[in-house]
Design a protein around this ligand. Structure first.
Ligand code: C2E
Ligand code: CA
Ligand code: CA
Length: 569
C-alpha cells in the first residue's frame, strides 16, 4: 500500500501547483489510497468515497489535469493488484470509484474557479485558461475512451445502450428504429494463423466498410461483433435491406498484410417501435436472430420474430427438463419387431425412445433426441436407454427359448465419445447379457463423417462381440471400400426406398432397382440386409422377391411397450 501511495504521489508530483514536503505528500497519498481501498470493499458499496477523494485531490494537491489522467491510469492499472483483488465486482466498483473521483475533482476545480475569481485574477490568466482547456480535453478523452472501442474507434456497446435508452426519453426521436447485429466469421482463424496484429487490422478494415453503410451508425461491440443502429425505420424491411447491404460490403475479400482474406458475416435484425418494450432489449433480440442466422449456415441475415423465440425458449425448457425427467424415470423404450422375411420369426426388436412428459404427453424422439445431442445429455440418456434395453432382453431370454436381439440406436455424439465401448461392456456385465444379443444402430451418415475415436469405438464394440448395423442406409454415400473396412454386421435400408416400391412408373422402378442393388451389395459384403418402414403387403412381397433378409414396419408390428410384444407366448 505504501509503495502504491508513493508511486501515485510521484506520478502527479510535477503536475501539482502546491508545494508539499515529501513526507506530507506521502502521508496525503497514503490516506487517499487507504480510503479508496476501504471504499472498494465496503458493504454496502458507495462510490461517494471516490468523489471525496477527488475533492481532496483538487483542494490539497491542486494537481493539473494531466495529474488527473495519471491518477486514473494508476488506479485502473495498479490498485486492484496492489490490494490482491480481482473479479468483475471489484472491477466494476473500481470503475465507479474512478468515475466519482473524476467528478469530484472536476466539480471542485469548477467551484474554485467561480469562488476564487479574485485570487485567480492575480494569477496568470493565460496559464489558467490553458489549464482549463487541458482539463476539458482530458475530460473529453476520458469520455471518448469510455464510449468507443479502442481498436476501431467506433462507438462501443455502452454508447449503443445509451443511444437506445435515449430513444425512449428523447421526445424528438423518431417513432421506430432498427438494430442489426453483425458477426464476422473467421476472425479467430485469422488471429490464430496470421497473428493478432493481422486480426486487428482485419477488424479495423471491417469497421471502415461498415461505416460506409448509409443511414446507419456503425458500432463495435467487441471482438468480432459489430452493430448498425438505424433511426427512423418504417418497417422490418428497411432494417433487413441495410443488413443485406452490410453483408454485401463485407463479402468482398479483405487485403491484410499482403494476404487476401475472404470474410463472411451473418446478421441478426430487429426492427420495432420505440415504445415497444425497452429499446436496450433490442440488443438481446438481435443477438438471438444473429444466432439463428449462424445456425442457418452463416453468410445471411435473419429478422427476429417472437414466435421463433417462443419456440426456442420452449426447446430450451425441454432441454433443461431432461435430467430431472431421466431421474423420474420418464424415458422408456417402445419396441418394434424385426422379422425374418423367410421364416416370419421375430429375430430382433428395435428400441425406440419415448418420453412420457407430465404435461406434454408422450413425446416421440424427433422432439428430444436432437436436443439431447446438442446439450450433450444424449450420453447419460443413451446409456440409460441402452441398459433398459439390455435388461429387457434378459427378461425375454428368460421366458423365450429363441429370444430376439435388442437393437439400440446410437447418436453421433455417443459414437465419438471415447469411453463408449468401456461403458457398453460395463452395462453388459452388470446386466449379464451375452454381447451377441445386443445390436447397435448407427446411421450411415454418422459413420461416413466419423473419424478417430468413432472408428476406434466401432472396432472396440465389434471386439466385444456386439453387432453393429448401419441405419438409414442409402441416404448418404458410404464408399464401398470404406464399408468393407468397417466391422459392420448389417445394413438397414432407408425407409424412402421401401416407400418407393408402391410408386407407379419410373420412380418406383428406380427405387426397386436401387433396393435390388443394395441387397446384392450387402450380400456380397456378407452383411444382413433389413428393410424398414414396410407398410403394405405389396412392399413386403417385392422385398421378399428381391431377397431382403429382414423386414420392419407397421405392417409387421408397430413400436409398442415391451409387455405388448410377445403376448402370444
Ligand atoms: P430410425 O432409427 O430410422 O427408427 C425408425 C423410425 O421409423 C421410428 O420412428 C419408427 O417408429 C418409425 N417407423 C417404424 N415403422 C414404420 C413404418 O412402417 N412407417 C413409418 N412411417 N414409420 C415407421 P421414431 O420412433 O419416431 O424414431 C425416429 C428416430 O429417432 C429413429 O429413426 C432414430 O434415429 C431416433 N431414435 C429413436 N430412439 C432413439 C434412441 O434411443 N437413441 C437415439 N440416439 N436415437 C433414437
Ligand atoms: Ca434405427
Ligand atoms: Ca432407420
Amino acid at each position: 500500500m505504501e509503495r502504491f501511495a508513493r508511486a501515485w504521489g510521484q506520478a502527479v508530483h510535477d503536475a501539482s501547483y502546491v508545494l508539499l514536503t515529501r513526507a506530507e505528500r506521502e502521508a496525503f497519498f497514503l490516506d487517499l489510497s487507504e480510503r479508496l481501498a476501504q471504499a472498494l470493499t465496503a458493504d454496502p458499496f458507495d462510490a461517494v468515497g471516490g468523489y471525496r477523494v477527488g475533492v481532496d485531490l483538487a483542494n490539497t494537491a491542486a494537481i493539473a489535469p494531466e495529474g488527473l489522467g495519471r491518477t486514473v491510469t494508476m488506479l485502473t492499472t495498479r490498485l486492484l493488484s496492489t490490494l490482491d483483488l480481482s473479479g468483475v465486482v471489484s472491477r466494476e466498483r473500481l470503475a465507479a470509484l474512478v468515475e466519482a473521483l473524476t467528478m469530484g475533482y472536476t466539480a471542485t476545480l469548477h467551484d474554485r474557479t467561480l469562488d476564487q475569481q479574485d485570487s485567480l485574477r492575480r494569477a496568470d490568466i493565460t496559464a489558467r485558461s490553458e489549464a482549463e482547456r487541458a482539463l476539458r480535453r482530458s475530460e473529453e478523452r476520458l469520455r471518448h475512451a469510455a464510449l468507443h472501442d479502442a481498436l476501431t474507434g467506433l462507438p462501443n456497446r455502452t454508447q449503443l445502450s445509451h443511444w437506445l435508452s435515449e430513444l425512449r426519453t428523447d421526445a424528438s426521436a423518431p417513432g421506430r428504429f432498427g438494430l442489426c447485429l453483425i458477426g464476422v466469421d473467421r476472425v479467430r482463424a485469422v488471429n490464430n494463423s496470421l497473428g493478432y496484429a493481422a486480426g486487428d487490422r482485419l477488424l479495423r478494415a471491417v469497421a471502415e466498410r461498415l461505416s460506409q453503410v448509409p443511414d446507419a451508425v456503425a458500432c463495435h461491440l467487441g471482438g468480432d461483433e459489430f452493430a448498425l443502429l438505424i433511426r427512423g425505420t418504417t418497417n422490418a424491411e428497411d432494417a433487413a435491406k441495410l443488413a443485406d447491404r452490410a453483408l454485401v460490403l463485407l463479402r468482398a475479400p479483405f487485403e491484410v498484410d499482403g494476404h487476401e482474406l475472404p470474410v463472411a458475416a451473418s446478421a441478426g435484425v430487429v426492427e420495432r417501435a420505440v415504445g415497444d418494450g425497452d429499446p436496450v432489449d433490442a440488443i438481446r433480440a438481435a443477438a438471438m436472430a444473429l444466432h439463428w442466422a449462424k445456425d442457418d449456415g452463416r453468410d445471411r441475415w435473419r429478422v427476429f420474430d417472437d414466435e421463433q423465440n417462443a419456440r426456442d425458449v420452449a426447446r430450451y425448457r425441454l432441454s433443461a427438463e431432461m435430467p430431472g425427467a431421466l431421474a423420474r424415470g420418464e424415458f422408456a423404450l417402445a419396441y418394434q419387431p424385426m422379422v425374418d422375411l423367410t421364416t416370419g420369426a421375430v429375430v430382433a426388436v428395435e428400441g425406440l425412445a419415448r418420453w412420457a412428459h407430465p404435461e406434454l404427453g408422450r413425446l416421440l424422439p424427433g422432439r428430444f433426441i436432437g436436443l439431447a445431442e446438442d446439450s450433450g445429455f444424449i450420453l447419460p440418456l443413451g446409456m440409460h436407454l441402452l441398459e433398459q434395453a439390455c435388461r429387457q432382453a434378459m427378461q425375454w431370454q428368460n421366458v423365450r427359448p429363441a429370444a430376439p436381439v435388442v437393437s439400440v440406436n446410437l447418436a453421433a455424439r455417443q459414437l465419438c465419445y471415447p469411453g463408449l465401448a468401456a461403458e457398453v461392456a460395463a452395462v453388459l456385465d452388470r446386466v449379464g447379457l451375452p454381447s451377441h444379443r445386443l445390436q447397435l444402430e448407427i446411421t450411415e451418415n454418422d459413420v461416413m463423417t466419423a473419424e478417430g475415436d468413432a472408428v476406434r469405438n466401432l472396432h472396440a464394440l465389434a471386439g466385444l462381440g456386439v453387432r453393429v448395423v448401419l441405419d438409414d442406409f442409402g441416404t448418404g454415400y458410404c464408399g464401398l471400400a470404406y464399408l468393407r473396412s468397417l466391422p459392420v454386421h448389417g445394413i438397414k435400408v432407408a425407409r424412402p426406398f421401401v416407400a418407393g416400391l408402391d410408386h407407379h412408373g419410373a420412380t418406383g422402378r428406380t427405387d426397386e432397382a436401387i433396393l435390388t442393388s443394395l441387397v446384392h451389395l450387402g450380400h456380397t459384403l456378407d452383411l444382413s440386409v433389413t428393410a424398414e418402414g414396410i407398410e403394405t403387403s405389396h412392399q413386403l412381397d417385392r422385398l421378399r422377391a428381391i431377397g431382403c433378409d429382414v423386414g420392419q414396419g407397421w405392417l409387421l408390428g408397430r413400436p409398442a411397450p415391451a409387455g405388448h410384444l410377445f403376448t402370444a407366448t
